[in-house]
Design a protein around this ligand. Structure first.
Ligand code: NAI
Length: 294
């Protein structure tokens, strides 16, 4: 029971990574306040929980809703011990040369400002909870491998997730005086609904698309299986728990190695510069051999 007697808040908890982490926290003794815009999903999560999960409707683009979620969580035991800023979606899909200002703002509010305001409204309830026992008071922000560079997600989302990393460091510095640790996790390609959530197609078709994406993900990185929400939940549990009591301002990449390097660096089937050079050398030698007189 790594999280006995802890009050934890998880945003975006009705699905995927947030749901899995909320379940883990609750299984291991925490009272979990689960915020999400998906009221049916949130209610189902709470009803089926093995442990104490309490759903609070919360749109993380709305500052008042975030504040209300934190106040509700703090109402139980006078404070909050763990905050996981997880809610997000893919945001605007346009490239930088075509993005509309309103879509840029929408994505920043959803992916980056939500994290800043989550911290802003939770911290007044976290001060004074910073016992060094059992992990102390701490925050885990969900960034992404998209923060590492382009090519993993749309541009606005990637920029916002890079902002989440920098925010994590700045917040860790700001909040050290209160004994509050702040860290981030950077998931790779994880099988959740995020890829199909914004598709304008019926639910059944989304299921088919999710299955196709799961198939692609099983071979997309050096670890040859699809990433699962539980892989990220375990990383968050480490950062939020007693084992990470000396860890703050850092980020844990959990991506099956997808950011290690280009595919040819880890997949022997994939041609790269060096295998091309070897082939060239062989061809040249063969030609030279053919040309040489007997
Ligand atoms: P998901 O789509 O399964 O879950 C996201 C949850 O956030 C949903 O329950 C959704 O209703 C909720 N949400 C969306 N907008 C919201 C809002 N305005 N207010 C409150 N809740 C809202 O997606 P997943 O994959 O579990 O995403 C969780 C986090 O992981 C996100 O921050 C995402 O950017 C991040 N991530 C996911 C990756 C992946 O491959 N699945 C990779 C890297 C990062």
């Amino acid at each position: 029971m790594r999280f006995s007697d802890k009050i934890a808040v998880v945003t975006g908890a009705a699905s995927g990574i947030g749901a899995e982490t909320a379940r883990l926290f609750a299984r291991e003794g925490a009272i979990v306040f689960a915020g999400d815009i998906d009221e049916a999903g949130g209610a189902k999560l709470a009803a089926e929980a093995e442990g104490d999960i309490r759903f609070v409707p919360c749109d993380v683009t709305d500052p008042a809703a975030i504040e209300a979620l934190m106040n509700a969580a703090a109402g139980v035991d006078g404070g909050i011990d763990i905050l996981m800023n997880n809610a997000a979606a893919g945001g605007a899909r346009a490239n930088i040369d075509e993005i509309e200002p309103a879509d840029w703002d929408m994505t920043m509010n959803l992916v980056l400002r939500s994290v800043a305001l989550g911290i802003r409204y939770a911290v007044p309830h976290m001060k004074g909870r910073a016992s060094t026992k059992n992990g102390g008071a701490n925050i885990v922000n969900v960034s992404s491998v998209a923060a590492v560079g382009p090519g993993y997600a749309p541009t606005a989302y990637s920029v916002a997730k890079a902002g989440v990393l920098h925010l994590t460091k700045c917040a860790a510095a700001d909040l050290a005086q209160f004994g509050i640790r702040v860290n981030a996790v950077q998931p790779g390609f994880i099988n959740t609904n995020i890829f199909t959530a914004s598709l304008d197609v019926p639910g059944e078709m989304k299921k088919l698309a999710n299955a196709a994406i799961a198939q692609i993900s099983s071979n997309a990185q050096p670890v040859r299986r699809g990433g699962q929400s539980a892989d990220i939940a375990e990383a968050v549990a480490y950062l939020a728990g007693a084992g990470a009591g000396f860890v703050t301002g850092t980020s844990l990449i959990v991506d099956g190695g997808i950011t290690l390097g280009p595919r040819h660096s880890w997949d022997p089937e994939e041609p790269g510069l060096f295998s091309a050079l070897e082939k060239m050398e062989e061809d040249m030698k063969a030609k030279a051999g053919e040309a040489a007189p007997d």
